[in-house]
Design a protein around this ligand. Structure first.
Ligand SMILES: *[C@@H]1O[C@H](CO)[C@@H](O)[C@H](O)[C@H]1NC(C)=O
Ligand SMILES: *[C@@H]1O[C@H](CO)[C@@H](O)[C@H](O)[C@H]1NC(C)=O
Length: 385
């Protein structure tokens, strides 16, 4: 290995280690053992995730003897060429899959279909000629890295995508893929970072960014986009508050004179409206998706509070009911007791029950006596004396 190669190698490995967010201790251990190439994948727990570091083992196939509940799978820097339906059939829990720096050229349809938990996949630096279309239908896939492949989509070789894309893609990197145009992804309301740097992009057009209404950062450094188009894109995206990374001086925002020459070049009204209004149909559709999601979230929140309020009312009602019931039964008991006592007094004997004479019974009995005439009371007082 030459020195720069080795350095790149170490740097990239360090990157992989960092992406696995390993502790510095295991990081050093990995680097140290790299010299004598450990022949087995290393089990690594990161936070509460199970991960396998299989980087740089000269693998030609996906190992099939690892714990099947692994969530982070690092297979970078190997010599894997083909991926089949069997490759990941055991590993349906994988959330982060690193396959960069391999020789992947063939991906059998259905290879990733069991990996329904996949959130990020890095297929950079392989020999792919297309992006496996099923990745765009993965229900949780957020980050898709396909940089440094030979994609070269064309009319003859389009990206065969089923639209709309189901994956909630937030980051797509297509850097250095020999692309002349941006593939049509349809509406991607979650996408905020698009990296198309180091591609020719000769056929790039401003309206291709309309369905990406949530875009925040576009890297088109080192592309050969035609000057007027490049300026249009820069102006329009900056109006949308997208950060456009571009090293080309001719892509700087236009002076009004340049703008005129650009629009007169393209000459027809259609282009003029394209230039002046970023609010084209796909853009509005994308915004609509975002808004309906927000509304849904709001509606869900509203229903939650309504349910909570109803539950609260029911609880309150029940406790009131319970309280009233308790009070009623107490006063009924008290009435019954009174009635019983009255019965006792009238007979001079307990009626049905044997009652312990309680010390305060007399006084209570006195209290409960019907109002006595003054004469008797006087007599009683006299008796006390
Ligand atoms: C885009 O990709 C290139 C090549 O992989 C990388 O150097 C660059 O940092 C990326 N840009 C962004 C904004 O991530
Ligand atoms: C743009 O690309 C060139 C060539 O790939 C690279 O040297 C430069 O650092 C890049 N600039 C930015 C801002 O990414």
């Amino acid at each position: 290995m030459t020195r720069p190669q080795f350095e790149k190698h170490v740097l990239l490995t360090l990157g992989a280690v960092l992406t696995l967010t390993l502790s510095s201790v295991t990081g050093i251990a990995t680097l140290a053992t790299e010299m004598d190439k450990p022949q087995r994948c290393q089990l690594e727990r990161t936070y509460k995730m199970v991960g396998y570091n299989c980087a740089n083992l000269g693998l030609k196939q996906i190992p099939q003897t690892l714990k099947s509940n692994l969530q982070i799978f690092d297979l970078s820097f190997n010599r894997i060429r083909d991926l089949t339906r069997q490759s990941f059939a055991r590993y349906s829990d994988v959330q982060y899959l690193y396959l960069f720096e391999n020789m992947v050229q063939f991906v059998e349809p259905g290879t990733f279909s069991v990996m329904t938990n996949l959130e990020a996949i890095d297929l950079s630096s392989n020999a792919l000629t297309t992006i496996p279309p099923e990745l765009f239908q993965m229900p949780l896939l957020r980050n898709l890295y396909v940089a440094h492949n030979n994609l070269a989509f064309s009319d003859a070789n389009p990206l065969q995508l089923e639209l709309p894309v189901r994956a909630p893609l937030q980051i797509i990197s297509l850097a250095d893929c020999r692309l002349n145009r941006l593939p049509d992804f349809g509406i991607l309301p979650d996408l905020w970072l698009l990296n198309i740097s180091s591609n020719p992009m000769a056929d790039l057009a401003v309206e291709q960014f309309a369905p990406l209404c949530n875009l925040r950062k576009l890297d088109m450094n080192d592309t050969r986009v035609e000057q007027c188009t490049c300026q249009e894109i820069t102006v329009q995206l900056e109006q949308r508050r997208v950060m456009v990374l571009n090293s080309n001086l001719h892509c700087l925002p236009m002076y009004s004179s340049e703008r005129k020459s650009c629009t007169s070049e393209s000459s027809n009204d259609v282009n003029e409206t394209k230039l002046s209004s970023p609010l084209s149909q796909p853009f509005l559709q994308c915004i609509e998706v975002l808004q309906s999601r927000k509304l849904n979230a709001k509606a869900k929140a509203a229903w939650f509070w309504i349910a909570l309020a109803v539950l609260g009312c029911i609880l309150l009602f029940c406790s009131v009911l319970y309280y009233v019931h308790n009070r009623n039964s107490k006063s009924r008991k008290a009435l019954k007791n009174q009635a019983n006592k009255r019965g006792q007094m009238s007979n001079g004997q307990p009626i049905h029950r044997i009652m312990e004479p309680s010390p305060d019974r007399e006084t209570r009995a006195e209290d409960e006596k019907p109002i006595v005439e003054n004469g008797t009371r006087d007599k009683l007082i006299e008796n006390c004396d």
